[in-house]
Design a protein around this ligand. Structure first.
Ligand code: AMP
Length: 213
């Protein structure tokens, strides 16, 4: 099964993708995580992407399409994948379709986690992560046992630079302008499934399992 997860920043795509991947053995591919790793490693891709990411803008399509094409063509995703953060524009969605066709594969469905703007702002202002193991925390929903420290390795928790309030506003606008049209693209293909992303995480996961099973 091949799935795309859609939804504004902070809608829980990453958390739900992680859980589904653990449950099913599907590959979870987060373009945001891949870009952050490239920035940290100081690669050419990272150097190009960093400015766009810091401003809350999208990284140019050709770079993202090349990253995903490499993964799909390598056969690494043959056991089924969850794309988290890709596609984010209509050209990316069209390229994904072409790339899958070229590999005799197809997309089963696009799952949209629907969350209001107010909830996005609330969630992102309480989001922290561990820079060592990448575990995510959320005040007040998922607190670490010791304030400011990761439960797994004790590292000091950090905030994503693009979770600052001004950048969050920009990310929301970018989502509406550039990414939301993809919802209609998949709706017209009868591939869109909408889940209420404001339910508690366990309930969102139950809804997700109902749909994908
Ligand atoms: P995320 O972790 O999914 O919120 O992504 C963080 C940032 O990475 C986004 O705000 C964009 O700057 C960039 N990014 C991630 N995926 C894409 C994509 N498919 N197309 C363009 N930019 C992306």
């Amino acid at each position: 099964m091949n799935l795309v997860f859609l939804g504004p920043p902070g809608s829980g795509k990453g958390t739900q993708a992680d859980r589904l991947a653990q449950r099913t053995g599907m590959s979870h591919l987060s373009t945001g995580d891949m870009l952050r790793a490239a920035v940290k490693a100081g690669t050419e891709l990272g150097k190009t992407a960093e400015g766009f990411m810091t401003r809350g803008e999208l990284v140019p399509d050709d770079l993202l399409i090349a990253i995903i094409k490499e993964k799909i063509d390598s056969g690494e995703l043959n056991t089924g994948f969850i794309l988290d953060g890709f596609p984010r524009t209509i050209p990316q969605a069209k390229s994904l379709r072409r790339m899958l066709e070229e590999n005799d594969a197809n997309l089963d469905c696009a799952i949209l986690f629907e969350v209001s703007d107010e909830e996005v702002v609330k969630r992102l202002s309480g989001r922290w992560y561990c820079p060592v193991c990448n575990e995510g925390y959320n005040y007040p929903m998922k607190l670490p046992r010791e304030e400011g420290r990761c439960d797994k390795d004790g590292a000091d928790l950090k905030r994503r630079s693009d979770d600052q309030p001004e950048v969050v506003q920009n990310r929301l606008e970018v989502y509406k302008k550039q990414t939301q049209p993809i919802e209609d693209y998949y709706r017209e293909e009868s591939k869109l499934v909408v889940i209420d992303g404001e339910q508690p995480p366990d309930q969102v996961f139950t809804s997700l399992l109902e749909h994908v099973s």
